[in-house]
Design a protein around this ligand. Sequence first.
Ligand SMILES: C[S@@+](CC[C@H](N)C(=O)[O-])C[C@H]1O[C@@H](n2cnc3c(N)ncnc32)[C@H](O)[C@@H]1O
Length: 274
Amino acid sequence: MAVVNADIDTQRAFGGVAATYHDSNVENRILRAMRERFWRTVEARVPPGSHLLDLGCGPGTDEEFFAARGYRVTAIDWSLEMTEEARRRVREAGVADRVDIHHLGIQEVDRLAPATFDAACSNFGPLNCVVDLEAAARAIVRRLRPGGVLIASVIGRVCPWELALYFMRRDWARMRVRFSLAPTPVPLESRTVWMRYYSPSSISRIFEAAGFARVELRTLGLFVPPPYMHAFADRHPAFVAVLQRIEDRIGGWPGARSCGDHFLIVLRKTGAGG
Ligand SMILES: C[S@@+](CC[C@H](N)C(=O)[O-])C[C@H]1O[C@@H](n2cnc3c(N)ncnc32)[C@H](O)[C@@H]1O
């Protein structure tokens, strides 16, 4: 499949699920747990009152949470439908005065009105959808104050649950998907999202070249199964709770933190420039 229209395909695919995305996320216990860990990391690293830039905000689930916790949020998303959902959500939650939402791609972050943010965040893989992440990283660093952090949950390359699942199904092509270096087509409902998969070290290299240093890394979804196995998690909640405790305890250890469905990375802007 040609990559020519990758951005447009991805935009259409997310637009198609915008109306249902928040509810299906909230119903999924694995996604809920991942989101809570993302929230906790942001709260631990960025004091309330700070101005956050959310890259790929989706339907505004995190905007509602962060604004209620006292943050100011500027949020962007490449899907118009997602930004409309996000605006509706923050309006209904009564926090619209603390949230600015723009229909922009991460690759277009330079088009935001001049402003410098205390921190940037990106939850559940928007960075994986950016075709030229190297250029985007340079644009993101320019938008942060010196010492500002970027907190991102990124879809990783080595997901043992997924490898085991597709090995049992003898689906070798599916097993290889995350190892492609090029943008890869991934089905979303009846449409296609183009993803680049990253190891923590490859993301670190891209952002270090742009002027960041890595300050924290942990796995999300090494012991706990990936979110699409939510039916399994619903059938075995006690087992998954034990796995979650193990992951919370050792998910930041070397080795463990390099694998998993997602990883959570914190990068700090090192210099004044960008
Ligand atoms: C898996 S969703 C996550 C949404 C949200 N961060 C959350 O936690 O619910 C990925 C989001 O990234 C957005 N996205 C994809 N490519 C993008 C790009 N190049 N720039 C900005 N947003 C993008 C999609 O429209 C979608 O809303």
